[in-house]
Ligand binder design. Structure first.
Ligand code: IPE
Ligand code: IPE
Ligand code: MG
Length: 249
């Protein structure tokens, strides 16, 4: 199992292009409302933006793109909207997986699958299996994902694998059991839609991630908006606990 260095144990090399971008795609409902359309039309349009962002990531050499599609708290939404989102997820998988594969993209889904229907789980597994050996970009979709679920789940699996760790463990013991163990920690976090919160996304993995918030609604997140986020990232000084002087030396 390839395990990436932890930002709290080792100082990662900062690259000018983020290796890993994690995005909370927010604002679909408001985008639709502004246009007097039902909320779900915003979700539909949102899927199209995903396609563009994947392309842009490939073009600029991003290696990992992680998208928050459905949180463990989104089940609290009206049943019709939840149903629509599940349908959209299924549709997108059926329509896009072959294209992802053609473009050498590896697809991985993180999150608790136990609440999904069996057809959806089968489609996810088929998509992951087909694209498993692709290396151009790893596209992770977080669905029924929650950061707290991820950590609790990891602790449980770690202790099942090695009960002796009940007497004490550290982050390196836990890391292989977290759902994103196959990826470096995100360099850049983007949240569209104006809210400035993490909403139970990658709580563990965001330890030293650069955070970028924009008022742009997800369905409006075009090439220019993406580029603004990259430019903002490139102006950051990633100190990982050190002083600015140390970095310059
Ligand atoms: C994000 O857009 C998509 C999901 C959470 C599935 P929203 O649906 O949260 O849109 P707003 O925040 O209501 O505008
Ligand atoms: C976060 O957006 C989840 C996704 C984008 C999938 P929400 O719209 O659900 O977040 P809150 O409720 O505003 O925090
Ligand atoms: Mg929202």
């Amino acid at each position: 199992m390839a395990l990436f260095a932890s930002s709290t144990k080792n100082i990662p090399d900062a690259t000018s292009v983020p290796r890993h971008i994690a995005i909370i795609m927010d604002g679909n409902g408001r985008w639709a409302k502004k246009r007097m359309m039902p909320r779900v039309m915003g979700h539909k349009r949102g899927v199209e933006i995903v396609r563009d962002v994947v392309r842009q990531c490939i073009d600029c050499g991003v290696e990992y793109l992680t998208l928050f599609a459905f949180s463990s708290e989104n089940w609290r939404r009206p049943p019709d909207e939840v149903k629509f989102l599940m349908g959209l997820f299924m549709e997108a998988l059926q329509r896009e997986v072959a294209k992802l594969h053609e473009n050498q993209i590896r697809l991985i889904m993180i999150g608790d699958r136990s609440r999904f229907d069996t057809k959806l789980v089968a489609a996810i597994e088929a998509g992951e299996a087909l694209t498993a050996n692709n290396t151009r970009l790893t596209l992770t979709i977080a669905a029924n994902y929650g950061g707290r679920w991820d950590m609790s789940n990891a602790v449980q699996n770690m202790l099942q694998a090695d009960p002796a760790l009940i007497n004490g463990f550290d982050e390196l013991d836990l890391a292989p059991f977290l759902s994103m163990h196959y990826a470096p920690e995100p360099d850049l976090f983007i949240r569209t839609g104006g809210e400035k919160r993490v909403s139970n996304f990658l709580l563990w993995q965001l330890a030293y991630t650069e955070l970028y918030f924009t008022d742009t609604l997800w369905p409006d997140f075009d090439r220019e908006a993406f580029q603004l986020a990259i430019t903002s990232y490139q102006q950051r000084e990633r100190r990982y606990g050190r002083t600015s002087e140390q970095l310059k030396a």
